[in-house]
Design a protein around this ligand. Structure first.
Ligand code: SF4
Ligand code: SF4
Length: 435
């Protein structure tokens, strides 16, 4: 029997060998942390600190406004020296709190719960919410919202996403190797919170060590299964992962909860364990700093608010031929215009590609109707048509071709012989119209 997978997809070179054997190590603690109050999907937080106020590590500095939001905590102990607009990785100015580190590393009082397995689902959810946990796979959707489905959408399955199908990135891989028991505990907490008795961990077949570690940690857990998935991009996209592990198909424009599933990333499962067991807020995450353009590829445990420039320096700086820096992976990440932007909860990687690997999108050619993009689109869209309509400014018409079903995986652009910037054109069309 073949491995579980989905229809479509591509096989880009994975280049994970650059960093996969580098154990996670603590990154330098920043002297100044620039912490955006909006680093999640949903409403920005409102600051609850003032200039010159002393704060401790883990102290609440931004309170959520609205249901879809997540609290923000200080990642260092020190003094608030600025509150105002600072650029984020997308180049957007966002309200942020800047904290000068006093080097004391004083934690705010944490609520340890050695008996966390006895907590009621609502208590678990409250702890996850208070810790400011969001999806660490990149989307940064507030986890407590995913754990509050409407009554008419009961959940019966939790999937932990260990696919990490983006080339180059190895943060999740290292977590599965180094923290498998904690990830399983996080999954069990999620299952209890939602009253679910079926849990999966989906891992691509090119990570045998991670599969083995997770299987070992899940031994004796009757309701948890580790699934080997075919190596194919974008295997880790929620809809593809659900299809591969459960056989269920999320309807067009639907959500995982429409097929009774919640998906969480392995880093999120670990953060959930640490929040419920130790009361630890989300103030740090694992970031892969990698690529052929950086001297010492690494997997680092990074405090939120550390600048990208500091991580680049810590990893030996750029090689002489470094051409472009991307936040995230090469398929779904985005190029950084400046290195003086902070790592946020959603930053899974910093990728430095050499100049020769940089695609100059101004050189693209007209569509030759080869159909390759149509063959591989995992959403069964017609990317060629979407890109042509976007190029001509026919945004409304693009909606008739299910524009908003595209989740911007980049597979179509990867196979296009005319090097058309299909994803950028799709993003443009989305920004010019409404779903
Ligand atoms: S159209 Fe969207 S979903 Fe389809 S391959 Fe292109 S980026 Fe991926
Ligand atoms: S792969 Fe490129 S050239 Fe071929 S049909 Fe799609 S957009 Fe056109």
């Amino acid at each position: 029997m073949g491995l579980s997978t989905f229809k479509g997809g591509i096989h880009p070179p994975d280049r994970k060998e650059l960093s996969k054997d580098r154990p996670i190590r603590q990154a330098n603690i920043p002297q100044r942390a620039v912490i955006p109050l909006s680093q999640h999907t949903g409403a920005p937080c409102k600051p609850i600190v003032s200039i010159n106020q002393e704060v401790k590590k883990g102290e609440l500095i931004g309170e959520p406004v609205g249901f879809v939001s997540a609290p923000v905590h200080s990642s260092v102990s020190g003094k608030v020296v600025a509150i105002g607009e600072f650029p984020n990785a997308m180049g957007k100015m966002v309200n942020s709190v800047v904290i000068e580190n006093d080097g004391k590393e004083d934690w705010t009082a944490l609520r340890d719960s050695p008996d966390y397995t006895n907590l009621a689902p609502d208590e678990l959810k409250a702890k996850i919410k208070a810790a400011g946990i969001v999806g660490l796979g990149g989307a940064a959707f507030p986890t407590s919202v995913k754990l509050s489905p409407p009554k008419e959408k009961p959940i019966d399955t939790i999937i932990i996403n260990g696919a990490e199908c983006e080339p180059y990135l190895t943060a999740d891989y290292r977590l599965m190797i180094e923290k498998p028991a904690e990830i399983i505990e996080g999954l069990k907490i999620l299952m209890k919170t939602l009253g679910v008795n079926r849990g999966f961990i989906g891992i691509e077949d090119n990570k045998p060590e991670a599969i083995e570690k997770m299987q070992e940690a899940a031994k004796g857990e009757q309701n948890i299964e580790v699934c080997s998935l075919e190596v194919k991009y974008p295997q880790g996209a929620e809809k593809m992962l659900i299809k591969a592990t459960t056989g269920r198909e999320v309807p067009p424009r639907g959500l995982p909860m429409d097929v009774k599933v919640v998906v969480q990333n392995v880093g999120t499962a670990l953060a959930i364990f640490e929040a419920t067991r130790y009361g630890k807020p989300l103030i740090e995450r694992v970031v892969t700093v990698t690529g052929e353009g950086i001297n010492a590829p690494s997997n680092l445990l990074v405090r939120i608010g550390t600048l990208v420039s500091e991580l680049v320096a810590e990893c030996g700086g750029f090689k002489s031929d470094a051409g472009k820096v991307i936040a995230g992976g090469p398929m779904m990440g985005f190029a950084l215009a400046s290195l003086d932007v902070p790592i946020t909860k959603g930053t899974s990687g910093i990728l430095v590609i050499p100049e020769e690997g940089v695609l100059h999108t101004e050189d693209f050619e007209p569509c030759i109707r080869c159909g390759r993009c149509i063959d591989i689109c995992p959403m069964r869209l017609v990317p060629s048509m979407l890109s042509v309509l976007a190029e001509k400014g026919h945004y409304e018409e693009a909606k008739e071709y299910n524009l908003f079903d595209c989740f911007e995986c980049g597979s179509c652009a990867f196979v296009c012989p005319s090097k058309r910037p299909i994803v950028q054109l799709i993003r443009l069309a989305k920004s010019m119209t409404k779903p």
